[in-house]
Write a protein of this length. Structure first.
Length: 376
């Protein structure tokens, strides 16, 4: 157990570390990058790449979900986004991308006030299914009770319940909360749920029957959750804590393996590499994929928190486009900013440290380098 630091006479807390604070230590043996295996499997679904596209309108459309699936990753469609509110959302996506930052929030609130249409949920998921790739869609906990049946009947392979913070036990005096354990038990579809950022909440989510747990609060580049709510747990510490929760849960459950998925603040290949080193089985990417030419946001990036009707906790940011999705994943890269060929960067890091598989790479030695400059 790490030692707590006295913040003042009345409060103590642990020192926590971001991914920028961590560096990987190469071992005595190196490997050929071509021999590195990046595949991973969750439930019955196997993927050649451990990259999951975040369910954000600036990142994922049905077409980009299909393209990412063909390239070996997993695209997750936001089932509360514009694709399930409008027959043709592209003009509105283009409008949001063109908005001045100062006016973006109010206009996005107006655009996203349109109701979610169940028939569009069905149509979008069926479009992805017809392509032959794995189908994944996301709802927030608040909308899951209302729309889950439509999602399942449309043929969703993986169901994602994603919120800023998600707990296994939500208490409310005003409404009947979603009972995650009962819901997951009755649902005949693997569920990935989060975000969560510490040991005990993660352990409770694992006990609810989740196939995967999202670590972090998502929307790293576009989120203002820390500024708005004061809530933040640095990712390196969060992953290490939840990696330990998974280990302990495996002991108590007789070996049931729950996948740990890093979500948020992974806009560059160096952060992605360090997330795996700290215990992630896969990573959910927003900004890293929002830079693709095919991304619906055209280089602009925003999440659901940016248009919350009562308390926005995000913003629209300009990232720019740097190349086709396939180039972002596989190169070639023409800059040294960690934005292109993220697959090659992960392979190179693992082979340099002497590892051929992701689960092995979770054991790599790391050092704390808190005085190093953060990534730009």
């Amino acid at each position: 157990m790490s030692q707590e630091i006295e913040i003042g006479r009345g409060k103590r807390g642990r020192r926590a570390y971001t991914l920028d604070d961590i560096a990987i230590v190469p071992a005595r043996r190196t490997r050929d990058p071509r021999d590195v295996d990046l595949s991973w499997q969750i439930d019955a679904y196997r993927f050649e790449l451990p990259f999951i596209a975040a369910p954000m309108d600036s990142v994922m459309s049905p077409a980009t979900a299909i393209e990412l699936g063909r390239l070996g990753g997993l695209g997750v469609l936001d089932l509360e986004g514009l694709w399930t509110r409008y027959e043709d959302p592209q003009p509105l996506l283009d409008e949001i991308a063109s908005l001045d930052a100062a006016a973006a929030t109010r206009r996005m609130q107006e655009i996203y006030a349109a109701p979610i249409r169940p028939e569009l949920i069905t149509a979008r998921l069926e479009e992805i299914r017809e392509s032959g790739v794995t189908v994944a869609g996301a709802l927030t906990p608040a909308r899951t009770q209302e729309h889950w049946r439509t999602v399942v009947e449309a043929g969703c392979d993986l169901f994602v319940i994603r919120g800023t913070t998600v707990s296994a036990e939500h208490v409310s005096s005003a409404e009947e909360p979603l009972n995650l354990k009962q819901f997951i038990y009755e649902l005949d579809v693997p569920v990935i749920v989060g975000g969560v950022a510490s040991y005990t909440p993660a352990l409770h989510l694992m006990r609810s029957g989740a196939a995967g747990v999202l670590v972090g609060f998502g929307g790293g580049a576009s989120s203002t959750t820390q500024r708005t709510l004061g809530i933040n747990v640095p990712m390196a510490t969060a992953l290490a804590d939840i990696h330990a929760a998974r280990r302990d849960y495996m002991d108590e459950s007789g070996g049931r393996y729950v996948h740990v998925i890093a979500d948020g603040g992974l806009g560059h290949s160096g952060s992605i590499v360090r997330a795996f080193a700290m215990g992630a089985d896969a990573v959910m990417l927003g900004a890293a994929l929002a830079r693709a030419d095919e991304a619906p946001g055209r280089g602009s990036h925003w999440g659901a928190e940016a248009h919350h009707g009562q308390l926005p906790r995000g913003r629209k940011v300009e990232l720019g486009s740097v190349g086709p999705l396939e180039q972002l994943l596989f190169g070639p890269g023409h800059t040294a900013l960690g934005e292109v060929n993220i697959t090659g960067a992960l392979r190179r890091a693992m082979s340099t440290a002497g590892y051929l598989e992701l689960k092995e790479f979770q054991r790599v030695d790391v050092v704390v380098t808190p005085d190093s400059p953060p990534e730009i």
